[in-house]
Design a protein around this ligand. Structure first.
Ligand code: TXA
Ligand code: MG
Length: 332
């Protein structure tokens, strides 16, 4: 049975101890639930790869309590400092040059000369970082290829009886994985879209940022190994930009359902209540991001032939929502 603990001081203390002793712990972050291990302990990190069935070449994000803690393993230049000061703690991961002799397992970096670092905003994760004194390597707490968990029951559904100790921290506020910003070269590039966008970084810091994810995949050059197109896959097909829904499809809606018809006659809003979910009736993209993975999971049922998804505007966090949906659609 999974050891699901409430977010109390004693749970935090226990989680810190588990980590120090080389065991895995599931912790909430503001983005998605993470499967954590002591980043300096290769045996512990290896357990992450085994439990997730994750390809070994796919490196992990290291989470720290502060910039100075993360400076033990990564080299921050002025640009990185400024960005980290502004956006941390928060849903932004920075790819930075790895420090010489950094106390981090090669399994975390997958042998790269760079390392992914982030300071998560969730209080529980912060407390475990401080209590343990560790840097924590943590991918999303799901088996490889599945959508990331945004609530404790998603983690249990995915990891089953192998799920290690978990601290419950409610539903994740952001609901999508962190933006990954590559600062290891002169040109700042977003390798994975998320809640923090290139426009926002430019507005706040004045640093120009380009998007690398999709072009790299199209050219076949994979900068971020985990950015393989088939990363987020429900078990039934996903059909994007649907303007109507087939009678045997589930519908993932966004905004008003008024004009959404069922092929062959009828309206989507009159379909059985378990056949559709609305990411946001009001058409609010932030709300839609929070619900995306939970609703994809909920509609991923064998009685449906596919999940039809309504058009989502490609702006702000909508870029990240559409990125994850494109992966979900390509994933099978
Ligand atoms: O929101 C998040 O980032 C969550 C929470 C738990 O923090 N974590 C997460 O980790 O999404 P994961 O392992 O599912 O995704 C990490 C991504 C992968 O796509 C990986 O390839 C990329 O980060 N990555 C890690 N190190 C890298 C590096 N040195 N260079 C380029 N990409 C890297
Ligand atoms: Mg993941």
């Amino acid at each position: 049975m999974t050891n699901l603990l409430p977010p109390t001081a004693s749970s935090i203390h226990r989680a810190a101890q588990e980590l120090r002793e080389g065991r895995l712990v599931v912790l909430p972050t503001e983005t998605v639930y993470g499967l954590g291990a002591d980043a300096s302990n290769s045996e512990a990190v290896a357990k992450i790869y085994t439990l997730k069935s994750r390809p070994q070449f796919n490196p992990l994000i290291v989470h720290g309590a502060s910039i100075s803690d993360l400076e033990k393993i990564a080299m921050f230049d002025d640009r990185a400092h400024e960005i980290a000061h502004h956006f941390w703690p928060g849903p932004l991961t920075l790819i930075l040059p790895l420090r010489d002799q950094a106390p981090v397992s090669d399994l975390v970096t997958a042998g790269l000369k760079t390392v992914a670092v982030r300071m998560p905003a969730h209080e529980v994760f912060q407390s475990v970082l401080k209590d343990s004194g560790l840097l924590i390597a943590a991918p999303s707490a799901n088996r490889s290829g599945e959508v990331s968990p945004t609530a404790p029951h998603h983690v249990i559904d995915s990891l089953g009886s192998e799920c290690p100790m978990m601290i419950a921290g409610g539903q994740c506020r952001v609901g999508l994985e962190s933006t990954i910003l590559d600062l290891s070269e002169a040109d700042a590039k977003i390798l994975r879209t998320g809640a923090i966008t290139a426009d926002e970084i430019y507005e706040k810091i004045g640093v120009h940022v380009s998007y690398a994810t999709i072009p790299d995949e199209i050219t076949g050059k994979v900068t971020s190994p985990g950015q393989l197109l088939k990363h987020y896959a429900p078990s039934i097909p996903v059909r994007l930009n649907a303007v109507d829904v087939e009678p045997d499809e589930a519908l993932l809606a966004f905004g008003s359902l008024k004009f959404m018809g069922v092929r062959g006659g009828g309206f989507a809003k009159d379909l059985p209540r378990d056949q559709w979910m609305n990411l946001s009736d009001q058409g609010d993209l932030t709300e839609a991001a929070t619900h995306l993975f939970a609703y994809l999971r909920a509609l991923d049922q064998p009685q449906f032939r596919a999940i039809a998804v309504m058009n989502i505007p490609n702006q702000g966090i909508g870029l990240a929502i559409n990125d994850r949906l494109a992966r979900a659609a390509a994933g099978r």
